[in-house]
Design a protein around this ligand. Sequence first.
Ligand code: MG
Length: 408
Amino acid sequence: MTLSHKPGFKLESSILRPGTLSKDPLLTSPSQIAVLGSTGSIGTSCLDVVRKHSDKLRVIGLSVWQSIADLEQQVQEFRPDWAVIGDHASTATDTLTDHVRVFEGNESLLDLVASSDIDTVVSAMVGAAGLPVTLAAVEAGKRVAVANKESLVIAGSLLTHRARETGAAIFPVDSEHSAVFQCLQAGKHGEVKRIILTASGGPFRGWSSEQLKSVTPEMALKHPTWDMGPKITIDSATMMNKALEIIEARWLFGYAADQISVVIHPQSVIHSFVEFRDGAVIAQLSPPDMRLPIQYALLYPDRLPCPADQTDWMTAQTLQLLPPDFDAFPALKLGFEAADRGGTCGAVLNAANEVAVERFLNCQLPFLSITRLVQDILSHHTYDARPDLQQLMSADRWAREEASRWKP
Ligand code: MG
């Protein structure tokens, strides 16, 4: 474990270990949940899971940024006690305010997640705005299903450290990390040799860096397997998405960066696997459908029928595994570097990448410059090994400013 010399870091997972509990004591029955970002793709998939298990899951709070019309429909169906609208809550109609207490802004979200009425928080807000709320849920000792990747990438050390102190249980929703978590049930923490994250390889799998020079935003916005927003789709094309996931895995599971590997798996059926020290490799397979990882996070340790698509084993299929091309996709190296160094690296990498992707989509940067920009800013930043939330936020701001000025 190469990181053990760093002061203050404990390489252990904040997730419930197999065998530690027969049933999560945090949960009431039914479990009372808040879904933050309820009209996004994770949010709506989550509500599908709630529909299927209405005897086990009850929605107490919903939050959206501005999608008031969609929120109205969700409120009518799920009848939560609270709804939080990020912005323009004054435009909420009587249909909404007659059924639910409506609050506005991030402060209200912090109150919502800390409420004693709630035992499970689904953090599915988009972008860095999800971090303070995810942290508040951890501070309040909740069961936190984290779909907001940025939270763990930016502040994984802080979140997992605080979770150990408050007793919060962090559950991954990202498909790869849910897979790893499921595979980890097969052994003890110290029996793991390495974690292998699978990657679809994106639309340019097999391309050389020479070929990648000519990639346009239009070309990069087509993803072969998952239907996602433009930011994640570009991250998948550069493989920066996998870099973020390497960092995420490092914090979620408490293994050092050199115990994490990436392999290319174009079919996105094997969601990741874990190699144990006896050589056994345990994998998790299922069709690409986020409702399975969401349900596992919400109902762990129980496995119940799921609304997600199921594998048809009577259809012939070929599953490929290929080594990644680190030269064509150097973002992967940055992911391992940031996971190894920890501290402010995740925040800087994430912020620089967000700006780079935006500049690429606005045709201000060529495709290959996305990763170059991130690498450049990561290597120039003032590293802090044990930042608090404010230091992470200021590293984030600094990286954004640098990234918007950066020239190829
Ligand atoms: Mg993923």
